[in-house]
Design a binder for this molecule. Structure first.
Ligand code: HEM
Ligand code: HEM
Length: 229
């Protein structure tokens, strides 16, 4: 694989600006969604939840036109690669990956899928008192009841997976002595001279990302408004 590095040397761009902004906006939105959901501030919660759907849609598209490390093709590996990587974690130092490692790639997909599920079920959720999701009336009472239950359980599941994500970051920092968090802030990671630059696929650019993000949000809010009537 060409996106691996052997020794640390000069820094190169790993995470493009749109991917970093996506990540930290995601963290902020998840915190606000947990807070507003649990506090019953549901009007704000539903608006933020729809914004989350737009953000996730943006990331799904960016996974095809972002820079090399942002692309799904870069971090979706076969299960064999993930198992081999897991083994190497506790043995002699294995390959270091510029972007997500094969195991981390699965964690990223799991988090994105769970967030997508959580945000989608929210559209059909009711608190059985005064607040219904915008598409609640589009499905039968039984389906809505099931999706509402999924929405309440999904939250616990998400907390566990996010906990594992934070634990993995701490493991790399404290045990493997590799700081993954710095690059998610600065975008840069130390790599062997010339290696990453020669391999890197350019992202579609920040202006394209901005327009895409606005388009995704408009599409989500527009579609829900239109469908919800
Ligand atoms: C990833 C996005 C989302 C997260 C993390 C999230 C999280 C939560 C949480 C933690 C609760 C409280 C559950 C409880 O009291 O046990 C909740 C409730 C609720 N959410 Fe979401 N939510 C998301 C998206 C949405 C969306 C998009 C909508 C609708 C537009 C929505 C509508 C609701 C409603 C109506 C409730 C009240 C349910 C009840 O009180 O039983 N949520 N959500
Ligand atoms: C609500 C909490 C969080 C969620 C839902 C979340 C989700 C994610 C997702 C989806 C990615 C993949 C990024 C992409 O390729 O687009 C990611 C990567 C990453 N996150 Fe988080 N994250 C959370 C909190 C945090 C926090 C608090 C930190 C730092 C302390 C952090 C550090 C990182 C790092 C370093 C990566 C890149 C990992 C690598 O090098 O492969 N995350 N996170």
């Amino acid at each position: 694989m060409t996106n691996t590095i052997d020794r640390a040397a000069e820094p190169a761009e790993v995470w493009d600006l749109p991917t970093r902004l996506f990540h930290w906006a995601l963290v902020l939105l998840v915190c606000l969604l947990f807070y507003t959901g649990l506090q019953g501030k549901l009007d704000l919660h539903m608006k933020l939840g729809q914004a989350m759907l737009g953000l996730l849609l943006f990331r799904l598209i960016w996974g095809f036109i972002g820079n090399r490390q942002a692309r799904f093709a870069d971090f979706i590996a076969g299960p064999g690669a993930a198992i081999a990587y897991l083994r190497s974690l506790f043995g002699k130092p294995g390959r270091r990956y510029l972007g997500h490692n094969p195991l981390g790639g699965y964690a990223v997909l799991l988090m994105l899928a769970l967030l997508l599920l959580q945000a989608s079920t929210g559209l059909f959720t009711s608190d059985d008192i005064a607040t219904d999701g915008p598409l609640y009336a589009k499905v039968s009472g039984a389906v809505s009841a099931r999706l509402s239950t999924l929405h309440r359980w999904g939250f616990d599941f998400l907390l566990i997976v996010i906990g594992l994500h934070l634990a993995a970051n701490a493991f790399y920092l404290l045990v493997k002595r590799e700081n993954l968090i710095g690059p998610m802030l600065s975008g840069r990671k130390a790599v062997e001279a010339g290696h990453a630059a020669a391999d890197s696929t350019k992202s579609a650019g920040v202006m394209v990302a901005l327009l895409l993000f606005i388009g995704c949000e408009a599409a989500v809010f527009g579609a829900i408004y239109w469908l919800g009537g």
